[in-house]
Design a binder for this molecule. Structure first.
Ligand code: NAD
Length: 356
């Protein structure tokens, strides 16, 4: 198969980790008989420098016309003083909106070889942590009506939490479909004891679940979920939740994995087109030194193969190669520990390529 990929490498370490991602995808393509064509476009600070705006129309057009999008990271101190709507990060929100990406997938996987880096007691993570947080990305109070008003208590501000049946239905289906490819267990997180929006959310989840009798479903209130994640992380499979709860819980879950340099993410919409990126930012403090960890970005490439193109074996070969390299004791600086072998960004990708 031939696939056209739009590449927004971005700023800081974005271009260096993306270069390694592309080397890995090309090797997998060669092995399995696929061709990946890349169209590089500007987004973030580099686009501000060249075109005066973080997300030029051409970037949107190329991404929309592609089979899927790879993103590095955007941002940096050079652009920190710009007003909010002119900042590099607008490129992320703009692309998510333009591409209709409403589901954010944030896996939190603790590799056996990195379990010492997990801040939890070893007995709590015995058996492995492998959680997929499926967060609704375009609704809830981040996008609801907001404003200020005068009250008896003085000036007040509000952000409205609102969800429609359709919004909940589509994110729930995404979560159930993903669970079917994993351990067939969905945990719905809401706050239906207090919030009307959560009561609607829960009722839609229960309705959708009828179409997935093979998938186990349970429910947690968000406050309890944040405790259970710490107390029994190995028992979770897929977590589905709204925008603000997902924002917080995905960061909490990610802390079990050792380093931000290990965490990929995906944003999906109705079709197969998605946007795949590392969770970390542009890390300007280490940019251009060949010391960034490329694994988060390489694993986001593995997610692209799995979730946009349905290439399970191709995706797994990358995930397995990363696990093997870690088991052999290879580390970048951010995950380095005593007795391990320290590699640069490119050399880490070389080691992964060797295993594919
Ligand atoms: P950051 O994730 O860029 O860096 C935080 C720390 O983690 C830094 O010490 C950095 O060196 C380290 N780090 C990050 N990725 C690493 C990797 N792959 N390998 C090794 N170490 C790594 O977060 P920040 O410093 O808060 O933000 C820097 C810039 O990135 C800001 O402009 C911010 O707005 C932007 N940002 C962009 C995204 C994105 O593009 N999705 C996400 C977060 C932050």
């Amino acid at each position: 198969m031939n696939y056209n990929l739009a590449v927004v490498a971005g700023d800081g370490i974005g271009p260096e980790v993306m270069e390694q991602n592309i080397r890995v995808l090309d090797k997998v393509g060669k092995k399995f008989g696929h061709t990946f064509k890349y169209e590089h476009v500007l987004g973030g600070g580099c686009a501000i420098d060249k075109f005066g705006e973080p997300l030029p129309q051409n970037t949107i057009d190329v991404c929309k016309a592609s089979d899927s999008v790879l993103l590095g990271a955007v941002g940096g101190w050079q652009w920190d003083t710009l007003p909010g709507d002119k900042r590099p990060e607008r490129a992320l929100l703009g692309l998510r909106g333009a591409l209709g990406l409403y589901a954010n997938l944030r896996p939190a996987t603790l590799h056996e070889a990195l379990k010492d880096a997990c801040p939890l007691k070893p007995e709590l993570v015995e058996g492995g942590v492998d959680i997929m947080v499926v967060r609704e990305l375009t609704g809830g109070m981040y996008f609801g009506e907001k404003g200020r008003k005068q009250t008896d208590m003085g000036e007040a501000a509000y952000d409205v939490e609102q969800y429609s049946v359709k919004e909940v239905e589509r994110i729930t289906r995404t979560a159930f479909e993903i669970a079917r490819k994993r351990k067939k267990h969905v945990t719905n997180v809401d706050k239906q004891n207090v919030l009307e929006s959560s009561r609607l959310w829960r009722s839609v989840v229960l309705d959708v679940a009828k179409d997935y009798p093979d998938v186990e479903l349970d429910h947690l209130y968000v406050d309890n979920a944040s405790m259970q994640l710490i107390m029994r992380p190995t028992t979770f499979d897929v977590i589905v939740t709204g925008n603000i709860f997902g924002d917080i819980l995905s960061d909490e879950a990610s802390q079990m994995t050792g380093s931000i340099g290990m965490l990929p993410s995906a944003s999906l919409g109705e079709g197969s087109l998605g946007m795949y990126e590392p969770v970390h930012g542009s890390a300007p403090d280490i940019a251009g030194q060949n010391i960034a960890n490329p694994i988060a970005t390489i694993l986001s490439g593995a997610m692209l193969l799995k979730y946009s193109f349905g290439l399970q074996d191709e995706s797994k070969i990358i995930e397995d190669a990363v696990a093997k390299v870690l088991n052999k004791g290879y580390r970048t600086g951010d995950i380095m520990s005593e007795g391990m072998k320290k590699l640069g960004c490119k050399e880490m990708a070389d080691a992964i390529l060797e295993e594919i």
